[in-house]
Ligand binder design. Structure first.
Ligand code: NAI
Length: 365
């Protein structure tokens, strides 16, 4: 079942754990540790079938390898999935049991929150395992840094798509005014952009109208707003083939994971001249901010890190590289991003094989 999965991509290690006493059933998928120990969140959710859970763990762990590589981080990619309804199963006994299993995987994998998990849950796992990041006394809420990173990414979009050196006067449609979207709205307003917003929670759009002079739109129409940039910051899979045909903006650049509902949707955007900023490149601010915590885990040599503000600028530089190569090679940005990630991991792998892991690490920074 595992090797036949369409998401299996020569993953280094996949572990299955179960603990009858607490009802724990979990998978830890480690895609690659070539660039460093694998990092990736823990997702706690119900799946229709176990095969679906395995696919999710494999797909998400590979995406984490790409995300870390493109952000220039000395980390590989992994992901944990806990199968079941969080409301029914989640509690200290199950979280501790999961933490004990994390200890067995040890320094090869470190995790944090994802769908179905909270910072409080990570704090509870921390009681028994050091291999977690994003605890309440650690780097804190990653969305602050995700929003800051997004703004760096939007500068790259402004430059490569609109020939602008700042965000002044750009019109941006933000879908979802949650932890990331709201902070993005604050920053864009301060930078002189004008905003169109949508959220299923009317009080959020009303507050944005009052504070930022934003124009509110119904959630089902925001993708077709007459703006320069459409920033999906709510759900994944929002760019369906139909939506890709209806987008008016010249660029799509937002925080939501897995925005393209299909490969075809990406093709349609490219055919229509709409620049797409690959989501796992532009939304890497949260992962980049977790570097301090991850580098202090057991088994890691402490490193001298650049200040976070400087590290976040990687997002701008990487996107410019992707957009320029995309234009040169007439290849869609999401495909270029994947190619660069594979090149970075492959190059480091070669250097490892040649017995020079330090050079391998430096090469990726
Ligand atoms: P959140 O849950 O705080 O905010 C989501 C917002 O979208 C909420 O205000 C919700 O009411 C709204 N929403 C839900 N359905 C909607 C719809 N159909 N139309 C319009 N608005 C809708 O989530 P958060 O943390 O702001 O994340 C946003 C997206 O960015 C998610 O897809 C997440 O996976 C992704 N992301 C978040 C990161 C972070 O640091 N929080 C890091 C990387 C990706």
């Amino acid at each position: 079942m595992l090797w036949q999965s369409r998401e299996f991509d020569d993953h280094e290690q996949v572990c299955f754990f179960s603990d009858e006493a607490t009802g724990l059933r979990a998978i830890i998928a480690i895609h690659s540790t070539t660039l460093g120990p694998a990092v990736g969140g823990t997702r706690f959710k119900e799946y229709e079938t176990d095969a679906e859970a395995i696919d999710d763990a494999l797909r998400l762990s590979r995406a984490m390898s790409y995300k870390s590589a493109l952000a220039g981080l000395p980390f590989g990619g992994g992901k944990a999935v806990v199968i079941g309804a969080p409301a029914r199963l989640k509690g200290r006994p199950l979280l501790h049991s999961f933490g004990h299993y994390l200890n067995r995987v040890g320094p090869y994998f470190a995790t944090g929150e994802d769908v179905g998990m909270t910072v409080e849950d990570i704090d509870i796992i921390r009681e028994v395992s050091p291999f977690v990041g994003g605890t309440s006394d650690g780097a804190g809420d990653p969305s602050v840094h995700t929003a800051a990173g997004l703004v760096h990414g939007l500068h790259a979009v402004a430059r490569c798509r609109f020939g602008k050196s700042d965000l002044q006067g750009l019109r941006v449609a933000i879908q979802g005014l949650g932890a990331v979207g709201w902070r993005l709205a604050e920053r864009l307003h301060a930078a002189g952009a004008s905003l169109v917003v949508a959220d299923v929670r009317a009080e959020r759009t009303e507050a944005a109208a009052k504070l930022f002079g934003a124009v509110a739109m119904p959630p089902e129409q925001i993708h077709a707003a007459d703006v320069d940039i459409y920033a999906p910051c709510a759900l994944g899979g929002v760019i369906t083939d139909r939506h890709a045909r209806e987008i008016v903006a010249g660029a799509v650049a937002g925080a939501a994971n897995n925005q393209l509902a299909s490969e075809r949707a990406g093709e349609i955007l490219a055919e229509r001249g709409i620049l797409f900023a690959p989501d796992y490149v532009i939304n890497a601010g949260g992962v980049i901010s977790g570097l301090e915590a991850a580098s202090q885990m057991p088994g890691r040599a402490r490193e001298t890190l650049l200040p976070l503000d400087e590290r976040l600028t990687t997002i701008h530089d990487r996107l410019v590289e992707i957009f320029e190569r995309s234009r040169r090679e007439r290849t869609r940005p999401e495909l270029v991003a994947e190619a660069i990630a594979r090149e970075l991991i492959g190059r480091a792998q070669q250097l490892h094989l040649q017995g020079d892991p330090l050079k391998a690490e430096a090469e990726t920074l």
